[in-house]
Write a protein that binds this ligand. Sequence first.
Ligand code: C2E
Ligand code: MG
Ligand code: MG
Length: 744
Amino acid sequence: MGAAVLAVYLLFPAGIPRDVVYALVGLSSVATILVGIRLHRPDRPAAWYLMALGQLSWVTGDLLFGWYADVLHVSPFPSPADACYLAAYPVIGGAVLVLIRSRQRQLDLPGLIDSAIVTIGLGLLSWLVIAGPIVQSADPAFTRLVGVAYPVGDILLLALLVRLVTVPGARSASFRLLGSAVAMLMLADVAYAAISAYADYDSGVFDLLWLASYVLWGTAALHPSMRSLSAPAAGEPAPFTRRRLAALGLAVLIAPGALAVQLAFSLSVQGWPVVVASVALFSLVVARMHLAIREVVTAGRKRNQLQQELAHQAAYDSLTGLANRAHVLGLIEAALHRAQRSGSELALLALDLDGFKMVNDTFGHQAGDEVLRAVAGRMRSVVRVGDTVGRLAGDEFVILVEPLEGTSQLLELAERLITAVSTPIRVGDRDVTVGVSIGAAISSDGSTDADALLHHADAATYRAKAAGRGRVELFDESLRRQLDEQADTENAIRAGLTAGEFVLHYQPVISLSTGRVQGYEALVRWHRPGHGLVPPDDFIPIAEQSTLICDLDRWVLDEATGQLARWRREDPEAGELTVAVNISGRHLASPGVVDDVVSALTRSGLPASALVVEITETVLVDRLSIADRLVELRRLGVEISIDDFGTGYTSIGQLQHLSVDTLKIDKSFLNSSDGGSSELVRLMINAAHAFGLKVVAEGIEDAGQLEQLRTLDCDSGQGYLFARPRPVADLPSAAELSPDVLPA
Ligand code: C2E
Ligand code: MG
Ligand code: MG
């Protein structure tokens, strides 16, 4: 509406009609601001009330001015209209100040200086063009004073406007509208003053600018974003942008520029204002420079400090202060290069704590951390100066011994380490004891790389653990052969997967209450050329050394779900059957496992409820990270079964916290002649039922075991008594499944 009025404003005849329209637009702006306040309830209503008041003062001035001009046909100067106009400046200025203060909570000295520089530059210009001629005119002092008050008011308002737009904060629609309104007002003031100072030119054109300012102001108040106009800016002060630099440069150049223009056009030179402004500008620029330099220096210091901290963090373990994996591998690599050049020997000890997990589980992680710190300190105190101790992960450490002075000395060092580590550690008010198994690998000419050397030392540690812990083993020919064999097997598995050498055998799972087959467990076998049919225990552990196991598991998942889907299609009786697939801990800990399960289900078209995922209990105990995966899988609707239950360290009480559906009692409990075993089985079944889990007994080999399990209320069973695992073609039909041992 305001724009429409503006468009036709000049069509109104000059004089009273125009004055009325003018006053109406002004009043509408006041009214709109009040409406905006009621409508949007801004954070700082005071700012808006002040604006309304200031505008009201202007409108009053307009009315008085019109009264004198059109009714009394005089134009006195100064007049009461000027009092109204001038009174509005401090009020509007106060409003802008309220906004600035609430947008910028803390002192921003550089920003203040920047705005002051721009203001002084523009102020000088305005002084030279507008105020100067007024001051120098022959008018009476009061008239000159009032005349000068206008440009001075404009300059102060300009200062506030510059400050408002340079303070960081949201540039909302309301903010832009308000900024434009104030800018438009000043533009009109300055243009009018500048032109009327030199010529007697008065048309309605200036009115348009003032009217536009009123309209913009009202619109700013109506826009919903006015509510948060005073919201403080989050974070850093405004950056020193190129635009700001250009504005400052221009502002500073105004003083010499003005002088140049005065000289060039032989105008009367107003030297003093230029001098005063220049002094002020130079002082501000110097102050600004000082601040900027200080900022740069502080930032540089902070950055250096940060860089040092980062470099340290990147290279050292924060818990023990030892070199971390990446750093220690780099050091080993460098040592190998040196050894190669000098032909000297070096050695690597890989240390793995014994019984550390127990400490963590029994006494908590804090105690575990303290043990790691203590152990690290002892290792450091035992090695020679110059040898490096590093922490690879968890409770795995390495020691780089360089140069090596003979194998016997190395073994002595290892023995000293074992003694040092196994001395009881005081944690809180108790003594904790851990042990350490050590593997040693020697590089005699530096020709291996760090990874290989570490791998060798690890292999030796593994043997030390297997040989009874708390001892040292040296990487030797037999270990090398074993590693080579492992590598061969790994390659053969990889090739066998693509060549289709793997097959699944299926073993039925029988419901002990109905005697019917409820599903099958898929068990993998390998037709390895030259080796016959290889059982899983001979190659799964090797595949588990790398992500190869994930490929193998994925193949099993696809094959088993595909087979079940075929059975379900071919045989209407098979509609309720499930298939159980064993998933290795390593695969389960990998991020892709859920996707693998989902894609196997999608490809086969089976519902998630048809799939049982078996994980061994030891996996559950070792890895905390898999807990989330289990929850995800269960959410899909897949059944989770704990395999080989009873062989790990899960206490029966922990069962309620695990995200699983089924417990599979390990076969060792059935086949044991130990009398306590059957008591344990009873306990496990009762506990599982109490926590809402189903129980499967595996390894049922004779009718006696079956009978006992049925009296104990075990849900399902699996074992040679019913059927051995067989390839699909040889699977026994339901009728063949020993009906005599399965009384209906
Ligand atoms: P598991 O999952 O506990 O499988 C049960 C094992 O017990 C199978 O050995 C099965 O043949 C055997 N078994 C079944 N009934 C009887 C019985 O009445 N008496 C006795 N003494 N043994 C019985 P298998 O097939 O040699 O598998 C050994 C282990 O290899 C499995 O133990 C499982 O942990 C792992 N495994 C098998 N297939 C896969 C697979 O596809 N992926 C993964 N990651 N692991 C697999
Ligand atoms: Mg299993
Ligand atoms: Mg088992």
